[in-house]
Design a protein around this ligand. Structure first.
Ligand SMILES: [Zn+2]
Length: 113
Protein backbone atom coordinates (compact mmCIF):
# COMPACT_ATOMS: atom_id res chain seq x y z
CA UNK A 1 0.00 0.00 0.00
CA UNK A 2 1.25 3.43 -0.89
CA UNK A 3 1.35 5.94 1.88
CA UNK A 4 -0.36 9.26 1.25
CA UNK A 5 0.09 10.76 4.70
CA UNK A 6 3.07 10.56 7.09
CA UNK A 7 2.43 8.45 10.18
CA UNK A 8 4.84 10.61 12.17
CA UNK A 9 3.51 14.11 11.55
CA UNK A 10 0.55 13.92 9.17
CA UNK A 11 2.51 15.61 6.36
CA UNK A 12 1.95 14.85 2.70
CA UNK A 13 3.99 12.03 1.15
CA UNK A 14 5.69 12.63 -2.18
CA UNK A 15 7.71 10.23 -4.30
CA UNK A 16 11.16 11.58 -4.91
CA UNK A 17 14.61 10.45 -5.97
CA UNK A 18 16.84 10.60 -2.95
CA UNK A 19 20.60 10.27 -2.88
CA UNK A 20 21.69 7.40 -0.66
CA UNK A 21 25.06 7.75 1.05
CA UNK A 22 26.93 5.05 2.88
CA UNK A 23 30.34 5.38 4.54
CA UNK A 24 31.09 8.50 2.55
CA UNK A 25 30.14 6.95 -0.80
CA UNK A 26 27.13 7.93 -2.85
CA UNK A 27 25.30 4.83 -4.00
CA UNK A 28 23.21 6.88 -6.41
CA UNK A 29 19.65 8.10 -6.36
CA UNK A 30 16.78 5.89 -5.36
CA UNK A 31 13.04 6.38 -5.27
CA UNK A 32 11.73 7.11 -1.80
CA UNK A 33 8.50 8.27 -0.24
CA UNK A 34 9.40 11.56 1.42
CA UNK A 35 7.28 13.51 3.88
CA UNK A 36 7.02 17.19 2.85
CA UNK A 37 7.01 18.26 6.52
CA UNK A 38 9.36 16.14 8.63
CA UNK A 39 11.40 14.98 5.59
CA UNK A 40 11.31 11.37 6.73
CA UNK A 41 12.40 9.09 3.88
CA UNK A 42 10.96 5.64 3.43
CA UNK A 43 12.33 3.18 0.89
CA UNK A 44 10.32 0.25 -0.42
CA UNK A 45 11.62 -3.28 0.02
CA UNK A 46 12.30 -3.44 -3.71
CA UNK A 47 14.38 -0.27 -3.49
CA UNK A 48 16.23 -1.65 -0.46
CA UNK A 49 17.17 -4.70 -2.49
CA UNK A 50 18.61 -2.41 -5.18
CA UNK A 51 20.55 -0.49 -2.52
CA UNK A 52 21.86 -3.76 -1.09
CA UNK A 53 23.00 -4.90 -4.55
CA UNK A 54 24.82 -1.61 -5.14
CA UNK A 55 26.39 -1.83 -1.67
CA UNK A 56 27.79 -5.26 -2.56
CA UNK A 57 29.04 -4.08 -5.97
CA UNK A 58 30.99 -1.31 -4.27
CA UNK A 59 32.51 -3.67 -1.70
CA UNK A 60 30.76 -1.89 1.15
CA UNK A 61 28.76 -4.87 2.31
CA UNK A 62 29.47 -6.58 5.63
CA UNK A 63 31.21 -3.61 7.22
CA UNK A 64 29.08 -3.91 10.32
CA UNK A 65 29.99 -6.76 12.62
CA UNK A 66 29.39 -7.99 16.12
CA UNK A 67 32.60 -9.40 17.58
CA UNK A 68 33.75 -10.64 21.00
CA UNK A 69 36.34 -8.95 23.14
CA UNK A 70 39.31 -11.24 23.84
CA UNK A 71 41.91 -11.18 26.58
CA UNK A 72 45.49 -10.59 25.41
CA UNK A 73 47.88 -10.53 28.38
CA UNK A 74 46.81 -7.55 30.47
CA UNK A 75 45.02 -5.93 27.55
CA UNK A 76 41.88 -6.82 25.69
CA UNK A 77 41.69 -7.27 21.95
CA UNK A 78 38.90 -6.74 19.45
CA UNK A 79 39.07 -8.44 16.09
CA UNK A 80 38.67 -6.28 13.02
CA UNK A 81 36.91 -8.45 10.48
CA UNK A 82 38.31 -9.10 7.02
CA UNK A 83 35.78 -6.93 5.12
CA UNK A 84 36.54 -4.00 7.44
CA UNK A 85 40.31 -4.45 7.32
CA UNK A 86 40.20 -4.68 3.51
CA UNK A 87 37.97 -1.62 3.26
CA UNK A 88 40.37 0.35 5.49
CA UNK A 89 43.48 -1.22 3.91
CA UNK A 90 44.66 -2.15 7.41
CA UNK A 91 47.63 -4.47 7.52
CA UNK A 92 49.72 -5.95 10.31
CA UNK A 93 52.28 -3.50 11.62
CA UNK A 94 50.29 -0.39 10.75
CA UNK A 95 50.12 2.28 13.48
CA UNK A 96 46.67 3.48 14.44
CA UNK A 97 45.45 5.85 17.10
CA UNK A 98 42.67 4.70 19.39
CA UNK A 99 40.59 6.63 21.87
CA UNK A 100 37.11 6.47 23.30
CA UNK A 101 34.65 9.01 21.94
CA UNK A 102 32.34 8.39 24.87
CA UNK A 103 31.37 5.41 27.04
CA UNK A 104 29.88 3.59 24.05
CA UNK A 105 32.16 4.36 21.14
CA UNK A 106 35.77 3.63 20.33
CA UNK A 107 37.45 5.53 17.54
CA UNK A 108 40.33 4.01 15.56
CA UNK A 109 42.06 6.64 13.49
CA UNK A 110 44.25 5.55 10.62
CA UNK A 111 46.82 8.22 9.84
CA UNK A 112 47.87 8.69 6.20
CA UNK A 113 50.99 6.74 5.26
ZN1 LIG B 1 6.24 13.54 8.42
Amino acid sequence: MERKVCEECGGKIEKRLVEYNLLGFSLGKFEAEVCNQCKEEVFSEETFNKIEKKTKELGLWGLHARVKVNQLGNSVAVTITKPISEFLKLKKGRDVIIYPEDKHRLIIEIPED
